[in-house]
Design a protein around this ligand. Structure first.
Ligand code: URP
Ligand code: ZN
Ligand code: ZN
Length: 487
């Protein structure tokens, strides 16, 4: 009897710490053995000349979500996760988004139902809190965190979603009490609103002025305030989609002081610049996201910040809107930049773009590629050791990369709901030619064969990265205030 379901032979296995030539055997959806000369499996996959890497983990994706613009994203769990699988990603962390007045429990239930119906890769939810009223934090949040949703997201900008300073403190405190990680879209709302008004009043309405309207100092101010709040409460945070050199410097300083500040950037900030928005008419809307893409010097600084460990991972911030009246052009072709929903697709392109830059072009190499796109998100978000590594006992989530395959991004190949790619015309070298999720081949030769709903929910334990440092500010620290907790 053959003990293994699948044996992947002769490939180069890459993890965040090692690169080795060996075979990988899979049984019952997990990795059963790694070595040479393993017994044969029911299916044999020849990986000669290929890299055998952990499937990607995309820790920031908006899927079938009610968004800041009041629209739903232009895809559903099936289209989004199929696009992810075709790009080598086998796990996604997306959002259950509460808007003002909603019950968080109901929101989470509804997103579960959508994912159960459509997802083809494994998934977990970050809970967006737009209305952190007392009863939500007191009654709804603890059981939801206990049920495996151990990360909360808040926005410091966007009219519909943003929390004010008091609410942000409330959320940080509730997270601390329940050992959840807090993820933040941190930009200064006042600076964006003030500058946007002035630009529009002078007739600067085209998409390219979106990039002007989100000043880099808005990132600096919001990061600085957020970090001060997090230090005050002694609550670990993740700063989302760092876009500017100045923002990265704020994070470096905080981490240098030993604070538990994690941070990510996204491919758009490493591969696109504000010139990409500079198209005629409404076309530039395709490249509009918040924070906006910036300058080549910012790209360079963000790569350096990753290599220094100031930023730990690269997520897509997949937020697709079709280029039509149900998406980017919801307010018509002469809309001003404030009337255009923010976000771009990225689940499929994230890994090929990074593989091309890091492995094919040799910048930081294959192990760092695995670390920033799979191992670090697994560790920070409580998915390790099940996810994020090629190791005995881990889920057999594996991408086989052909380092020689060249692909030119084109709108006709897009499978997510955006219907366009911001990387159109760009050629990458290196492509995931086969993708396995829990030992099942779900994507091969450019087609995704997984059944909608075959992705599984991944409950995550509270704690891990969210553990406080144990050194909140003296005024706040329980025990220092006359020996009793006053707050
Ligand atoms: O422009 C973006 N990033 N849209 C998605 C929502 C968010 O801000 O993360
Ligand atoms: Zn955001
Ligand atoms: Zn986002």
């Amino acid at each position: 009897m053959q003990p293994f379901d699948i044996v992947i032979r002769n490939g180069t296995i890459v993890t965040a710490t090692d690169t080795t030539r060996a075979d990988v055997a899979i049984a019952g959806g997990t990795i059963a053995a790694i070595g040479r000369g393993l017994e044969s499996g029911k299916r044999e996959i020849d990986a000669s000349g290929k890299y055998v890497m952990p499937g990607g983990i995309d820790a920031h994706a908006h899927i079938e979500q009610l968004t800041a613009s009041g629209l739903l994203n232009s895809d559903n769990f099936e289209s989004a996760t199929k696009s992810a699988a075709l790009g080598g990603t086998t796990t996604v962390l997306c959002f259950a988004a509460q808007h003002v007045g909603m019950s968080l429990t109901k929101v989470v239930e509804d997103y579960h139902a959508l994912a159960q119906r459509g997802a083809v890769i494994d998934y977990a939810f970050h809970m967006i809190l737009a209305d952190p009223r007392e009863e939500v934090l007191r009654d709804e949040l603890p059981p939801l965190i206990e049920a495996g949703h151990s990360s909360l997201k808040v926005f410091m900008t966007y009219d519909r979603l943003r929390v004010d300073d008091m609410q942000l403190l409330d959320v940080l405190m509730a997270a601390r009490e329940n050992k959840a990680l807090v993820l933040v879209h941190a930009e200064n709302h006042g600076m964006i609103t003030w500058l946007s008004k002035r630009l529009l009043a002078k007739g600067y309405t085209a998409p390219r002025y979106h990039a002007v309207s989100h000043p880099r100092l808005g990132e600096v101010e919001a990061f600085t305030r957020l970090i001060a709040f997090a230090e005050f409460i002694d609550q670990p945070i993740m700063i989302y989609h760092v876009s500017s050199a100045e923002g990265a410097a704020v994070i470096r300083a905080a981490r240098g002081r030993g604070l538990k500040v994690f941070a990510e950037t996204c491919p758009q900030y490493l591969f696109l610049t504000k010139n990409d928005l500079d198209k005629s008419g409404i076309e530039g809307a395709k490249w509009m996201c918040s924070p906006p893409v910036r300058e080549p010097a910012d790209q360079e600084t963000l790569w350096q910040a990753l290599s220094l460990g100031d930023l730990q991972l690269v997520s897509s911030d997949h937020a697709p809107y079709a280029f039509n009246e149900k998406g980017k052009v919801m307010a018509g072709t002469s809309a001003n930049f404030k009337q255009i929903p923010n976000g771009m697709p990225g689940l499929q392109a994230r890994l090929p773009l990074l593989f091309d830059a890091m492995v094919s072009n040799g910048r930081f190499g294959a192990q760092k590629f695995v670390e920033w796109t799979s191992t670090a998100p697994a560790q920070i978000y409580g998915l390790a050791p099940r996810k994020g590594a090629i190791a005995v006992g881990a889920d057999a989530d594996i991408a086989l990369w052909d380092p020689d395959k060249r692909v030119t991004f084109s709108d006709v190949d897009v499978v997510d709901g955006a219907g366009y790619t911001p990387y159109v015309g760009r050629t990458v070298r290196g492509w995931p030619v086969a993708v396995l999720r829990r030992g099942e081949v779900i994507a091969e030769n450019g087609s995704c064969v997984a059944k909608p709903g075959s992705g599984e929910f991944l409950p995550r334990k509270a704690g891990a990265a969210a553990e406080p440092l144990g050194r909140s500010s003296p005024e706040f620290d329980p025990g220092r205030n006359f020996g009793a907790r006053l707050y």
